[in-house]
Design a protein around this ligand. Structure first.
Ligand SMILES: [Zn+2]
Ligand SMILES: [Zn+2]
Length: 447
């Protein structure tokens, strides 16, 4: 979940992936991809009014993102204000202050982000130095070295800051199997099932968001079939995806969703209600692509785990793993501008609670003195963390962050006696997050 506030300290006149609040004053907008958490304010009435009276304000994105955005009528008012840019082709953009006429020139380059259709990173070069805004990305180690425009000649460009997707900047996700490994495993499971009979059907339980198309196109190719989806509208201008999906329910692979209930998980029926024409009941398995779920396992698991009689979880990530995220700024030799998902505190809480059981520890608990002393220490540390968390959107040097938190927390945790009580910590996340006005999504920690 992106919690980036929209502006980079080097170039505050441009807003990226955030379109409300102070971003309303931006001179140019940039959208890295079409996921809702990167589009806050994009269809807001204030921005709509600003566009009406502006001659110069544009939204820059990739061609695919433009198509995806305009396939939703709520964003149709952007049509005359979108400039789609080619990938890997540096473009001079002039930011103009419409009141004073002041101009600022930047060279912006879109780099492939490997996250979902149309997703890009923005490389910005100008008077304040070169910075990279990644948006959400999935790049394997070594991918950055193949991006020519991050280099000048044989050297890496001098990059001042990287604004990084930190969704899985969390040691629980130290390594996530590669996309190919995950696809290979899913392909094996599908093959084994659909080859049994024409009544054997697979339902891919994917969320309603872009990013799974990689799965559809590859499975479609492999099994010479099309995948049943709810609607083709968003793929209208993307022939390479369109040819692999269908609204015809007579197929053995479905990724449709229930029209009314997004959470609907059928046991013996498909969300679209499709059945065999001769009345034979279908044998259905569901495969739920997940990353978070795998990160939460304390034991190492396989890429595919059976979770019920006919349900499976398959590891699938369109975000980089912890080690991949760390690799990028290290490769570019820059400090880490941790700014997007601010999941560090969640990580720390996980560190604290992952395999040790604690007695009551709750912000609502007024009786801390009665708790064990390590509880008090812990509480103090949590306060430190959350005090600093509110500032996480600004740049924090990676080493400082680690020194401050990870060492401290690991030590506390090591000092803690393990207990076997079944006590949980009701509402800890909610309370702390509310107290600190934190807007980033908190992953519940169950103890
Ligand atoms: Zn995304
Ligand atoms: Zn279906």
């Amino acid at each position: 979940m992106s919690s980036f506030a929209g502006r980079m300290k080097e170039y505050p006149n441009m807003s990226l992936d955030r379109f409300d609040r102070e971003n309303l004053h931006a001179r140019a907008y940039f959208l890295s991809h079409c996921h809702k958490d990167h589009m806050k304010g994009l269809k807001g009435p204030l921005l709509k009014r600003k566009l009406k009276f502006s001659l110069t304000v544009k939204l820059y994105c990739s061609f695919v993102t433009k198509e995806l955005l305009l396939s939703n009528p709520k964003y149709a008012f952007w049509e005359d204000h979108i400039v789609a840019l080619e990938l890997e082709s540096p473009t001079l953009i002039t930011l103009i202050d419409e009141a004073s006429g002041e101009r600022e020139e930047l060279v912006v380059t879109l780099l492939p982000a490997g996250h979902c259709p149309g997703s890009v990173m923005f490389l910005v070069e100008g008077a304040q130095g070169t910075v990279l805004y990644t948006g959400d990305f999935r790049l394997a180690k070594g991918d950055a070295s193949r991006i020519e425009l991050l280099h000048s000649g044989s050297r890496v460009k001098d990059i001042k800051s990287v604004y990084l997707d930190s969704t899985f900047y969390d040691p629980r996700f130290y390594q996530i199997p590669s996309r190919e490994t995950c696809l290979h495993a899913i392909r094996g499971l599908v093959q084994d099932w659909v080859s049994r009979s024409v009544y054997h059907t697979v339902w891919l339980n994917c969320k309603a968001a872009y990013g799974y198309e990689y799965l559809f196109t590859n499975l479609g190719d492999e099994f010479h079939t099309q995948i049943h989806v709810k609607s083709l509208d968003m793929f209208k201008k993307m022939p390479e995806i369109l040819s692999h999906v269908t609204t015809d329910r007579a197929t053995q692979i479905h990724a449709c969703r229930h029209p009314k209930d997004e959470e609907f998980v059928p046991a013996s029926r498909l969300p679209c209600g499709s059945s065999a024409s001769d009345g034979t009941p279908l044998s259905i398995i569901s495969i739920k692509p997940s990353t978070m779920w795998f990160g939460e396992r304390t034991q190492r698991t396989k890429v595919i785990v059976r979770t019920g009689a006919s349900s499976y979880r398959a590891c699938f990530s369109f975000h980089s793993s912890y080690s991949e995220v760390r690799h990028l700024p290290a490769y570019l030799s820059v400090c880490l501008g941790l700014c997007l998902s601010a999941s560090v505190c969640d990580t720390l809480l996980f560190f604290l609670f992952s395999d040790k059981r604690l007695p009551v520890l709750s912000p609502a608990n007024q009786h801390l003195p009665q708790c064990h002393s390590y509880c008090k220490k812990l509480w103090g540390t949590l306060n430190d963390i959350f005090g600093i968390k509110s500032q996480l959107c600004s740049l924090i040097h990676r080493n400082l962050l680690e020194l401050l938190f990870i060492g401290k927390i690991s030590k506390l945790r090591d000092d803690m006696p393990a207990t076997n009580t079944d006590t949980t910590h009701p509402g800890i996340s909610d309370h702390i997050m509310k107290d600190k006005n934190c807007t980033s999504e908190f992953h519940k920690v169950s103890v």
